[in-house]
Design a protein around this ligand. Structure first.
Ligand code: ATP
Ligand code: MG
Length: 665
């Protein structure tokens, strides 16, 4: 039989074949193009089979791509059409249902057609229009029948994907499957399950998109399970719902909706691309929201999806639900969803009157805190608690930052001295930050570490006294430093450096009039506001210094137990307003880190003695100092260059008192 095909794509294909022929090789249009053309269907791409080896094909044409060179396929561009030109091949035995063990180039068309899957796919046409049809493909086309080439059982065992391809062709072409082929297919489902997921996905997509209501339930559940690997899918019910919508992503969403919580896993198992999976998951989330009754304020996640996929996406999500309940009034549902969307004051944080850079500039925020704040502002505007106006948004942002609970990202945005890479960890609650940071320093390589919590369970003061802190309203910060142990004189000055660091930090958050009680307690108007515990352990030339700072931040007077009320106060009580724990923590870390840097370049207490004395409440006061077992009472005369306190006792003797809390071990 001779066929004449005159569409430009076929004219170009004939020219390609003639050029190959002029060099002494055979060339034929094969496979789907022949089948679809004979059926009068649109032909997408034309595959050409040739006796020419791939390297010859590459030399015969100006523009080629080595698409599948190992399997003999070269893409050829000719007259603005791409053709896949594949050298005749006969595949070696299949040993894993995935890939033939080897591909052997064959010299004959007959050999090439014999390895093809179905008779309607195993026809070829040469440059003169001669049709080669060794397996009766034409008759099968006419009778709308899908039949395996050769022994069906053998062919499906060779390549399990052919089971899926048979179903896909039956669905797209509207063909029935020949009984012998059908029987062999059912026996080969386990073979299909072993095919590489990428290949199964490719056929699944084509099948799903082509599915029509008439034929969809002809496929057995087991076959679909082997094809997709989705154990939760009940194809016999799902198929009729699936055809209520169109398009790959929408149909996938309809199928996955009943087990939406495992949809991500299912999509990954079939190796869907990130992009495809994102779109399906977005549809599922939106469909889930619609099913649950849309929330009064547009959630940012939904707004972002609509911005990414367009407003029509909401109607698609509504349809995904409707596909499961086609008795519902679809138009009315659309209108409801549309009205909901229209009533939203904004869609995404991009619609806010300020953006991330504004926040960075206004509050020197960085990192994830910027996103978190934008989300918060979006939500406030979305629920109409706030007008979308610059000044209002900035004021709201300021309030949010100041009132935000302790958070590592927010804290980091306030750092000005300590570098961002310094390990800082916020814990929800910790028995003792000093113990924790010491353990971590022993395990990690860092030379400076900070751990914090606003819920310390058993903080200690000096002499093991309990540090009382109402949960969530205090700050317990411990830093650990790894230092050289050789200069014990200088190490002994650290409690005083710590006191200076804390005093400066408190002044920077607005509580300037605190005083240091030698060596390192911090008082405000005679009440304790902050405790510092410095612990030093030295071993094999290394000093591990741990400085723990406990601050009463936002406790109200009534939060303190009665016995402590008279002796303790908080930053909030002192400043008359809440203090941001993040800002405070960042200042503390900055000051302690800065102290470490200065220590490393040789700082001595004597250089800061004046500063210390200025803020020290002890000098000129009557004091009782514990020194070992003895209790020394007298008048604090002053502090010397080493940080030693000089006390005159009642016998007018002058005693020197070294800072008491250094615990040597
Ligand atoms: P489509 O319209 O989807 O492109 P097609 O029939 O062209 O359908 P392709 O996957 O492009 O399918 O393959 C081209 C030809 O290669 C098929 O017509 C068939 O002859 C052969 N073929 C493809 N896959 C297999 C397979 N798994 N086993 C045997 N032959 C196959
Ligand atoms: Mg094709």
């Amino acid at each position: 039989m001779i066929v004449t095909w005159s569409e430009p794509q076929f004219v170009a294909a004939h020219a390609v074949m003639r050029r190959i022929g002029a060099h002494g090789y055979e060339a034929y249009i094969v496979g789907g193009a022949v089948r679809d053309k004979l059926l009068g269907r649109d032909v997408k791409d034309i595959d050409i089979a040739t006796s020419a080896p791939p390297d010859r094909v590459e030399h015969l044409f100006e523009k080629t791509l080595p698409t599948g060179i190992a399997h003999g396929t070269v893409s050829v561009l000719f007259a603005s059409y791409w053709f896949e030109v594949t050298t005749f091949r006969a595949e070696g035995p299949y040993d894993d249902a995935r890939h033939p063990r080897f591909v052997r180039f064959d010299t004959t068309l007959a050999g090439d057609l014999a390895r093809r899957d179905f008779t309607v796919n195993a026809m070829a046409v040469d440059a003169n229009g001669n049709l080669y049809d060794p397996y009766g493909g034409l008759v099968d086309l006419r009778e709308q029948r899908l039949r395996a080439v050769g022994d069906p059982m053998l062919r499906f065992q060779e390549d399990g994907l052919r089971v899926a391809r048979a179903l896909r062709f039956a669905a797209t072409l509207g063909f029935t499957i020949d009984p012998a082929t059908q029987a062999a297919m059912l026996e080969s489902t386990t073979r299909l399950a072993k095919v590489a997921p990428e290949r199964r996905q490719d056929e699944w997509n084509k099948f799903l998109v082509a599915l029509t209501v008439a034929r969809c339930d002809e496929v057995a559940d087991e076959v679909i399970e082997a094809w997709t690997g989705w154990h939760d899918l009940r194809w016999s019910c799902a198929c009729a719902q699936t055809v209520n919508v169109n398009g790959l992503h929408d149909r996938l969403a309809v199928l996955l909706l009943p087990f939406a919580d495992r949809a991500g896993e299912a999509l990954r198992a079939l190796r869907y691309s990130r992009k495809d999976a994102d779109e399906v998951m977005a549809l599922l989330r939106l469909a889930g929201a619609w099913q649950a009754g849309l929330p009064p304020a547009l959630p940012l996640a939904v707004g972002k999806q609509l911005a990414a996929y367009g407003d029509g996406f909401l109607a698609r999500a509504v349809d995904v639900c409707w596909a499961h309940h086609p008795q519902r009034d679809r138009q009315a549902d659309w209108q409801l969803a549309h009205a909901w969307l229209e009533s939203a004051p904004l869609r995404t944080e991009r619609d806010l009157a300020i953006n991330g850079s504004d926040l960075v500039r206004a509050f020197s925020l960085q990192g994830p805190a910027v996103g978190a704040l934008l989300t918060y502002l979006f939500e406030q505007v979305a629920k109409r608690a706030l007008d979308n106006q610059r000044e209002e948004l900035l004021a709201c942002a300021r309030a949010w930052i100041e009132s935000a609970p302790l958070d590592a990202a927010l804290l980091r945005s306030f750092l000005a001295v300590a570098p961002q890479h310094v390990p800082i960890t916020v814990y929800p609650s910790v028995p003792s930050t000093n113990d924790l940071v010491r353990t971590r320093l022993a395990e990690e390589h860092a030379s400076f570490l900070a751990v914090l919590t606003d819920r310390q369970e058993s903080g200690r003061g000096r002499q093991g006294r309990l540090w009382v802190s109402p949960p969530g309203k205090g700050l317990a910060l411990s830093v650990a430093l790894r230092l050289d142990a050789s200069d014990s004189e200088r190490l002994a000055e650290w409690p005083l450096f710590a006191a200076l660091a804390v005093r400066t930090a408190l002044a920077e958050v607005g509580v300037a009039d605190v005083a240091i009680k030698w060596p390192n307690d911090i008082y405000l108007h005679g009440k304790k506001i902050c405790g510092i515990l410095t612990e030093l352990r030295t071993a094999s030339g290394e000093a591990r210094l741990v400085i723990g700072v406990g601050v009463n931040v936002n406790a109200d007077a009534e939060d303190f137990p009665d016995d402590i009320k008279a002796r303790a106060t908080s930053l909030k009580v002192a400043a008359g307003r809440s203090v941001s724990p993040n800002r405070l923590a960042a200042r503390l870390i900055d000051e302690l880190y800065g102290s470490m840097q200065r220590y490393l370049v040789g700082m001595r207490f004597r250089e800061r003695r004046e500063e210390y004395e200025t803020h020290c409440m002890t000098i000129g006061q009557s004091v009782r100092v514990r020194q070992g077992e003895a209790l020394v009472t007298g008048l604090a005369l002053g502090i010397d260059d080493e940080g030693t306190l000089w006390v005159q006792n009642e016998a007018s003797e002058t005693l020197s008192v070294r800072s008491g809390e250094i615990i040597e071990s």
